[in-house]
Design a protein around this ligand. Structure first.
Ligand code: KG4
Ligand code: ZN
Length: 346
């Protein structure tokens, strides 16, 4: 029996999470428990994540969450095959809390430790939810990341594009703030945009025609500020119109930018492969207009559009446990107890 059972821990930002995942010998996986405590309420008053508050909240919650995750899975610490924690990139205080906890458990129980790159967790989730084969493309769009990644295999990633300024979620959050909408801004902007006229303001589509596969959003934010200043004082309808125009510009930019990566994928791997896939992950993947436009684009280019369930698209510990399970299954070594957390991980 080559099945493995992994305890995963995620504390790189403002979600404290613990999960138990089993990977079977045939490559399929099962989520035995999945617990996420979102610290959103503790940060909302500050309009963003406060690192020190986040680290303290992780310390307070993590032990209890791990106990609950084991309990819900009906598993004792002695029964797990490895302990995995996010070791970067992220906020250093939180990373220290999660990784030290994992080290303590691994040392106390004599289990292997896996120090997982957060992005690898996002990258491999679609193999758990959709049993995807390599290679595939991942578009990761969250508050901290905007990346197009070629996933060639476990531990084998190539970054094709990244943002040259703001992350996409950050662009939504900053636009919301500018319009007086509360944090986190993405869902607020989407809601307001539903009642707005997307053609009222003409906003730029950054990097259009640029051959690189990168993204840029700060120019859009500046254009929104100018539109807001010109229309001030803003009525509710003005705000809705700006949100709708912003969302439309974002959608068009993403379409144009992502299309280039799909083309490059087809050029690289040829037309023989049946139905290549684009996976989206990250909080911004919750946006319906963005999802639909990317799904349309994939359909036109012969790509499969894969969006894991929202709960597994945003930060969670299932993806960390799963990444460790995949590493184990592919014969990759565990990490020593001296492994250090990394706020940045190029
Ligand atoms: O992945 P996530 O939950 O956390 C990290 O950033 O790690 O992503 C949060 C980001 C925030 O910037 C939030 O405003 C954005 O995702 N977001 C959205 C929507 N829901 C969340 N952006 C656009 N439309 C949404 N519906
Ligand atoms: Zn994330």
């Amino acid at each position: 029996d080559t099945a493995t059972c992994i305890l995963g821990i995620e504390t790189s930002c403002d979600e404290t999470a613990a999960a138990l995942v089993r990977r079977n010998g045939d490559g399929s996986g099962e989520i035995l428990s999945d617990i996420v405590f979102s610290q959103l309420d503790e940060h909302a008053a500050y309009g963003g994540v406060v690192p020190e508050i986040a680290a303290r909240a992780h310390v307070e919650r993590l032990d209890g969450l791990i106990a609950r995750a084991l309990d819900e899975a009906g598993i004792g610490l002695g029964d797990i095959d490895a302990v995995a924690a996010t070791s970067g990139p992220g906020l250093i205080g939180g990373l220290i809390v999660g990784l030290m906890t994992a080290k303590a458990l691994a040392a106390a129980r004599g289990k292997p430790l896996y120090a997982i790159n957060h992005l690898e967790g996002h990258a491999l989730t679609a193999r758990l939810t959709d049993r995807l084969e390599f290679p595939y493309l991942l578009l990761l769009v969250s508050g901290g990341h905007t990346q197009m990644i070629l996933v060639r295999g476990v531990g084998d990633y190539e970054r094709w594009g990244t943002t040259i300024d703001d992350a996409l979620g950050e662009a939504f959050d900053k636009t919301a703030k500018l319009l007086g909408l509360p944090y986190p801004g993405g869902p607020q902007v989407e809601r307001s945009a539903a009642g707005g006229d997307a053609d009222r303001f003409s906003l730029p589509t950054p990097l259009r025609g640029d051959k690189r596969l990168d993204f840029s959003f700060s120019g859009l934010k500046t254009a929104v500020r100018q539109a807001a200043q010109a229309a001030a004082p803003l009525s509710e309808q003005d705000i809705a119109d700006i949100c709708a125009s912003f969302q439309k510009a974002i959608t068009q930019t993403l379409q144009e930018r992502v299309a280039r990566s799909l083309d490059r994928f087809s050029e690289t791997f040829g037309q023989t492969r049946d139905r290549p896939a684009l996976v989206v992950a990250g909080g911004v993947a919750a946006n319906r207009m963005i999802r639909e436009s990317l799904s349309d684009l994939c359909g036109k280019r012969g790509f499969r559009f894969v969006a894991p369930p929202m709960r597994l698209c945003t930060d969670n510990a299932v993806m960390i446990a799963w990444a460790a399970a995949e590493r184990m299954a592919h014969g990759m070594e565990s990490d020593g107890l001296d492994v250090a957390p990394r706020a940045r991980w190029p």
